[in-house]
Design a protein around this ligand. Sequence first.
Ligand code: ARG
Length: 458
Amino acid sequence: MKLWGGRFEKNTSQLVDAFQNSIKFDWRMYKQDIKGSIAHARMLGSKGIIPQEDADLIIDGLLEILEDIETGKVEFKEEAEDIHMNIESLLIQKIGDAGKKLHTGRSRNDQVALDFRIYLKEEMNEIIHLIRELCIILLKKAEENLELIMPGYTHMQKAQPITLAHHIMAYFHMFCRDMERFYDCYRRTDIMPLGSGALAGTTYDLDREMVARELKFESISQNSMDAVADRDFVIEFIGCCSIVMMHLSRFCEELVLWNSHEFGYIELDDSMATGSSIMPQKKNPDVAELIRGKTGRVYGDLMAILTIMKALPMAYNKDMQEDKEAAFDAADTVKSCINVFIPMFDTITYNKERIREKLKEGFLNATDAADYLVGKGVAFRDAHEVIGNMVNYCIKNRKALEDLSLEEFKEFNSAFQPDIYEYIKMENCVIRRNTIGGPSPERVLEDIEKGKRFLGLI
Ligand code: ARG
């Protein structure tokens, strides 16, 4: 018999039960559901809405059910639809009539909103913690590689010299923004909806503030219809997850490239790579590729929830039950990706020789050569033209700018002096890029210090 069976003359078809139950996935919210029900029962008792003895029985019963679930003694039932009614049925089985009073002044619509908010707040805390761990590793690696000069790219073409530290710190900033985005989403998730009922509040004199305090919510919702119909917090949550994945995918893409024979900048640790079933020589960056791939899956979750919510009329609609799998999947995916990304990144070996060699190609110091002429009084646009001609000459003669003799330099512009060679050394090109936010080791070190302060490490 269904908890809502009174109005019905027939049993639900098994087909419908199998189709519409959510217990197969929302069992994951059992702790949050029990926590929420305990707070509700305590409030009902203290307000005298139900007798205190019944409230006490309910609370003890719920705690026993929690224990039963955690020790594997409970088998959830599809006929009971979802985690909320499974637990309520278990309670009634356990304590009898007092259990039937738990749902006073409550609907599953505000109950599920409550449970899901508690659940996602916990997920956000975990994800923020993981991103923080990742950021700590990034700071460590940046600090170790302050002076490792490497090519910087635009359009996947060699552009100007940077340092590995500067490159890593770019990702540090992305992940710090991700943390802030989760903090922000957390604030809007931290609103307690219980007391909104099915959609129109309730006639009981509930103490919503008390429930919010007990469940550690910052505030309570102010419109009962919005409270049960709103899943913005789920969209934002998966949105935040999507942006983290986008950042990870960019990082992974670079690691795949850097790990390729053509770049050869890095070597993955054996424990973090995989082989080929046919090609004996292979050592593949599967982890990075899979993280890149799983980004698509999280975007899919975001598209799913956005589309589910599109054009839904007020207030609760069963469509909204589809919110959970998307959010669970996004949370699981982000967590597992960060978890494996950390050791993969931490154990990378940088092939310093190879990186140094690669600095010789691609005219990374061309902008600096132009800047040199500007220093000698040439207008930048003219200097740009001169160096452009020189690069063209060098390509034809298979040389780098620094390979040219002083005579050759002077043929292009008489302002060149012997100090040009020192000026266009890669180290000096980097050291001179000393504007705030630039790659000079001094500036990057400052940035690392600020990063440490942001994470509360110093
Ligand atoms: N299992 C439902 C969900 O996840 C709970 C709310 C059901 N409310 C209802 N009126 N059918 O959304």
